[in-house]
Design a protein around this ligand. Structure first.
Ligand SMILES: [Zn+2]
Length: 226
């Protein structure tokens, strides 16, 4: 009947239970009933255990598991209001709540790890698919896997990236391979280092890039004819 919203005060001055006369020191719990101050024993709450606020999930679960609970408040002199400090709940209910919290943490950890595993798997699948696409267009390319891994890093984290057919578009493959050739097989990076404009440097190495791309493409034709 009175399991809802029982309020217990943490007292700021020494007091006394009006039923049993027990001394209630500053900092102890007290329940007011019809203007009378009661110790927890006389209020029928001394079987409950204190759980201080701080972990909202733990508090919520302890309340849910406990047949009876009380809110514990203390008067704040600075804020001029009662402030919630915690709850009183059945010890078994608090134990149970702690177990549920731990189980929850284990579950969350497993979910996080599962998500990470799925991401790694998606990345691997993407690298394989990207490598295959490169080799379709450039069968002579000896660095397809390396280019694919780099592309995977570039696109990493983009929504739907691994399943995105667009990112395996021939145009995207060509751009990735061309950029790789420019950086790895030409003096492009040196020119940039010397202060060349990117457009200027790109034009300077263009023939070299195309030459290599054609060589990597040509392997396809050779194999096609074979
Ligand atoms: Zn008492």
């Amino acid at each position: 009947m009175e399991s809802q919203d029982i309020v217990v005060f943490i007292i700021r001055r020494d007091s006394q239970c009006s039923v049993c006369g027990k001394e209630l020191w500053r900092g102890s719990f007290l329940r007011l009933e019809k203007e009378k101050a009661l110790c927890l024993a006389c209020a029928g709450l001394d079987h409950l255990e204190y759980l201080s606020s701080g972990d909202a999930a733990l508090t919520r679960r302890a309340i849910k598991n406990s047949k009876i609970h009380a809110k514990v408040v203390r008067w704040s002199a600075t804020r001029k209001r009662y402030e919630r400090q915690g709850i009183l709940a059945e010890p078994a209910a608090i134990d149970q709540a702690e177990k549920e919290n731990e189980a929850d943490a284990v579950l969350r950890k497993a979910r996080r790890e599962g998500a990470r595993d799925r991401r790694i798997k998606a990345d691997q699948q993407y690298i394989v698919a990207f490598t295959k696409k490169i080799l379709e267009l450039f069968p002579g390319c000896p660095e397809a896997a390396q280019i694919a891994r780099h592309a995977c890093e570039l696109y990493s984290g983009r929504v739907g990236r691994s399943g995105d057919a667009k990112s395996l578009d021939p145009e995207v493959i060509l751009l990735a391979v061309r950029a790789h050739v420019r950086h790895v097989h030409t003096s492009y990076d040196d020119l940039i280092g010397k202060g060349w404009e990117p457009g200027e440097a790109r034009r300077a190495v263009r023939d070299r890039v195309e030459e290599i791309l054609n060589r990597w493409r040509a392997a396809a034709e050779k194999r096609g004819r074979a």
